[in-house]
Write a protein that binds this ligand. Structure first.
Ligand code: ADP
Length: 875
């Protein structure tokens, strides 16, 4: 107590200042100095002599140590001290004291607090021994008539030496007081208290009377006074007079009342408390118990008091409290709490929550123990039920691959809600798992440690996903949710972690990620981009490639509808159509738009999209791809232009060939007819070479005529066209055979054909095709009789025909060349012809979308193949 030390220091300084010290030491009056908490700080030699105690033995002790045999005296001083502290200043009172040797001395105490003011730090006291004076006064009074009048009872020869003191207490003058009777100044409640006891005193049954009673002050205010009366007798033992001593004990009475009230309050609290409360002696026996405690243990108060507490303990818990109790005793901890079992009187076990604390006396020495017992048996039973439920929960946890870890941070203790085998793997041969953090995957460990530390330092909950490497090497993904519970001081006390196995989910995520990556790289590699629209067709997403591919700004399209941006190729009507299609939620593709660029150019874009529906089938928008088709569009335009140009020049050429061959026919006819006329009229007159030359001219003209006719026929294949129809090929073959009737007859050839299909073709051109091929087979026959067969089969959805002969055959090097105009392998003397027949065949077949080619072996024969489209009716 620093305050007390300060006082003691100050007083010691005062006492040791030489003059004061010598004065006190030399003073014949016993003087003492006490601290605010009642310890003796200093005494002088007179004090030592009075009490017969050397100061070294007494300094630091209290007034009760001064009167070990007569605690009432110490109590009285103590009460007066309390009154003085309550009302600082000075105080005087008379008190008989008993010294160590049993002698009783009448004394007057003078006390004063210091320093002056309302906050005293200590008191100085002086003791006046008035025993001798009292005796002298008594002797004087004995002889004085005026004191013959009794104070309490008239006529019995009472002297009251305390009269002066009474005037002080009651506020009357001595004269006034002497005129009043005891009854006049007594409180009506306490009339005759002394009269009732007096016979005992006079009969010698008691040495003295001590009465505490209320008087009334002159002001009418009641005051508590202690009256002590002794009887003086003469030598023969007859009562001479009474000596009465009066003390104002109002302060003590008030204090006592307050004490009584507080004791009552305590008693009630103690008695009525719902918890069982006991005061237990330091050697472990019940000192005081309340009713609730009796109820808990089933014993009566009488049975409990004096009984050993340990005796009631359940045998298994008997010594449970010893360790903590010792710490409470030593002052290391203020209190301790336990859950332990006791046995009731009827032998039934009872679970108790026990809290103990120690009561110390004012000197700090242990006095007794307070123990509070709460019956928690029903809670414990509930706990057991809960534990059963917890077991169920654990089963559930195991099934769900979930585990709860409880980490006691301060004590570094880890406990698991279940066997952590699924998480940590089989227990290693050593019988112990490695540290959990060392089982966290090395790549996740740093993150794991950091986040865990963060949770602990901030007391914030958190969750984290990380990998755990089991003891068997298997890797698991877990989701850990952390919760930190603070301890009483607000520091992180416990870390609760719930862990769930999310390996499967992680694999699924990885697969998804992979497929997304695939999708991403596909869109990145292709010329396409990806877009999404909401249900009102506003663009909500466009992948970045769009900008890269087209040079357009994707941002200017986001949030807008497709038709809110111009397209050079589309009319209002086109847009309406597209919008209607979207509103019908139809998929679309090849929707082409020509978007203008900033620089006055444009980009062609082709879009395809699919409607999207949610789980309930409600339309939520479109998603699709786009591609930049500008290059294709440009190529198409160029191609179309080239095609148009080619067509134009081709038809010009055909026109020219037709016109030329047609117009050439007329002059040619003139040449040949006049040459023939010349031969007929003047042939006889021509001689020698002239006749031969004339034959050349006729021959040339005829040949020219044939050439022109063939050329005309060739050019007509492209220009004089008819609609295609489904045509029976056999009909065309028969027509060709009829046309070739003479040649077939003449050569004795055999022309045969298998069952032939129908095709989609120009019937006349088809007949011409067969006529040319069969004609060639007859013309280029070998020595043997010609055999010609026509067969067909279906290949790749087309009809393939084969016209086979046993003629002279063709060398492979000419397989291509024979299909070109005017290309022949023989001179006209060997085999007549113009070299246009196969060229016409090729043109006819190609006009029908087919191909023509030859396979042949010289000397064996040739087969001409060609394909034609199947009849539509058969498709
Ligand atoms: P031409 O019959 O007027 O000579 P083609 O264009 O019909 O003209 O034939 C071109 C050439 O192909 C013929 O000159 C001939 O050499 C060769 N040829 C065509 N058909 C046959 C065939 N069936 N057998 C052998 N050679 C043939």
């Amino acid at each position: 107590m620093p305050r007390a030390r300060e006082v003691s220091k100050a007083v010691t300084q005062v006492a040791r200042s030489e003059a004061a010290f010598e004065l006190l030491e030399g003073l014949p009056v016993p003087v003492f100095v006490k601290s605010r908490d009642g310890r003796y700080l200093s005494v002088n030699r007179a004090w030592e002599e009075l009490f017969g105690i050397p100061r070294e033995r007494f300094l630091g002790k209290r007034v009760r140590d001064l009167y070990p045999q007569t605690p009432a005296i110490a109590e009285r001083h103590h009460i007066m001290d309390e009154a003085l502290w309550a009302n600082p200043g000075s105080q005087t009172y008379e008190i008989p004291i008993t010294l160590a040797d049993g002698q009783v001395r009448e004394t007057v105490y003078y006390k004063a607090t210091f320093p002056p003011g309302d906050a005293p730090e200590g008191l100085v006291g002086a003791i006046l021994d008035v025993t001798a004076r009292h005796q002298a006064e008594a002797a004087v009074r004995e002889s004085e008539e005026r004191y013959r009048r009794t104070f309490e009872i008239a006529g019995s020869g009472v002297a009251h030496i305390g009269l002066r003191r009474m005037t002080e207490i009651l506020g009357y003058s001595e004269e006034e007081l002497l005129r009043l009777t005891g009854r006049d100044i007594s409180h009506p409640g306490d009339y005759d208290m002394i009269n009732r006891l007096r016979p005992d005193l006079h009969a010698g049954k008691v040495e003295s009377l001590r009465v505490e009673k209320r008087y009334l002050k002159k002001s009418g205010e009641p005051v508590w006074v202690q009256v002590t009366i002794v009887l003086e007798r003469d030598a023969a033992g007859r009562p001479l007079y009474e000596i009465a001593v009066f003390d104002d004990i109002s302060a003590r009475k008030r204090f006592e009342y307050a004490l009584k009230e507080s004791e009552e309050r305590f008693r009630q609290t103690f008695e009525l408390a719902a918890s069982g409360i006991a005061h237990v002696t330091l050697d472990g026996h019940f000192l005081r118990v309340n009713k609730s405690l009796c109820d808990i243990f089933g014993y009566s108060k009488e049975e409990l008091i004096g009984r050993s507490v340990k005796e009631l303990s359940h045998p298994l818990d008997r010594d449970l409290t010893d360790g903590e109790r010792a710490r409470v005793r030593s002052g290391e901890i203020a209190s301790a709490e336990f859950e332990k079992r006791y046995v009731r009187k009827n032998g039934v076990m009872v679970w108790v929550d026990l809290a103990i604390a120690l009561v110390r006396d004012s000197g700090g020495e242990p006095e007794y123990e307070i123990a509070i017992f709460d019956d928690i048996t029903s809670r414990k039973n509930l706990d057991a039920a809960l534990r059963e439920k917890t077991d169920l929960l654990q089963l559930g946890q195991a099934a769900a691959r979930m585990i709860i870890l409880d980490y006691d941070i301060q004590n570094d203790r880890l406990s698991w809600s279940d066997s952590p085998e699924w998480l940590r793997g089989p227990v290693p041969p050593s019988g112990e798992y490695p540290m959990f953090k060392d089982q966290v995957h090395p790549e996740d460990r740093e993150r794991f440690i950091a986040e865990r530390a963060h949770s602990i330092s901030t007391l914030q909950p958190g969750s984290q996903e990380y990998r755990v490497v089991r003891t068997d090497g298997q890797v698991l993904w877990v989701l850990a949710r952390r919760q930190v519970l603070p301890d009483a001081e607000g520091r992180a006390g416990r870390l609760l972690v719930a862990m769930i196995d999310i390996t499967e989910r992680k694999f699924a995520e990885a697969a998804l990620e992979k497929s997304e990556a695939r999708f991403r790289s596909l869109t990145e590699l292709s010329s396409d981009w990806y877009w999404e629209q909401d249900e009102s067709f506003g663009l909500t997403f466009m992948s970045g490639e769009m900008g890269g591919r087209t040079g357009l700004d994707p941002a200017s399209y986001l949030g807008r509808k497709r038709w809110e941006q111009p397209a050079l190729n589309l009319s209002e009507q086109d847009w309406d159509q597209h919008r209607a299609q979207l509103e019908r939620h139809e998929p679309f593709k090849d929707f082409e738009l020509q978007r203008p660029t900033g620089e006055g150019g444009s980009r062609w874009i082709s879009l395809a999209g699919q409607p999207l529906f949610d789980d309930e089938g409600i339309f939520v928008g479109y998603r699709g791809v786009g591609s930049d088709i500008t290059a294709r569009k440009e190529a198409e335009v160029a191609l179309r232009e080239a095609h148009e140009e080619l067509k134009r020049s081709n038809s010009e050429l055909e026109q020219f060939a037709y016109v030329a061959s047609h117009d050439l026919q007329e002059p040619l006819r003139m040449v040949s007819s006049y040459t023939q006329l010349l031969v007929r009229r003047y042939g006889e007159r021509l001689e020698g070479d002239a006749k031969e030359f004339m034959n050349y001219i006729v021959d040339g003209a005829a040949r020219m005529k044939q050439l022109i006719e063939d050329l005309l026929a060739y050019s007509r294949v492209g220009t004089r066209t008819r609609e295609f129809h489904d045509v029976e090929v056999e009909a065309a073959v028969r027509r060709a055979v009829v046309n070739l009737h003479a040649a077939i007859e003449e050569s004795g050839a055999a022309v045969t054909w298998d069952a032939l299909p129908a095709v989609h073709a120009d019937e006349l051109q088809l007949a011409q095709l067969f006529q040319n091929l069969i004609g060639n087979a007859l013309k280029f026959r070998s020595a043997s009789v010609p055999r010609i067969n026509i067969a067909s089969k279906e290949v790749d959805g087309e009809c393939e025909f084969a016209v086979k002969d046993n003629g002279i055959g063709i060398e492979a090097q000419y397989f291509e060349r024979i299909f070109m105009v005017f290309q022949r392998l023989h001179n006209k003397a060997e085999y007549p012809g113009t070299g246009i027949g196969l060229a016409i065949c090729k043109k006819v077949v190609e006009r029908h979308g087919g191909r023509i080619w030859v396979e042949s072996q010289p000397g064996v024969g040739s087969t001409f193949f060609f394909t034609l489209p199947r009849a539509r009716g058969n498709q």
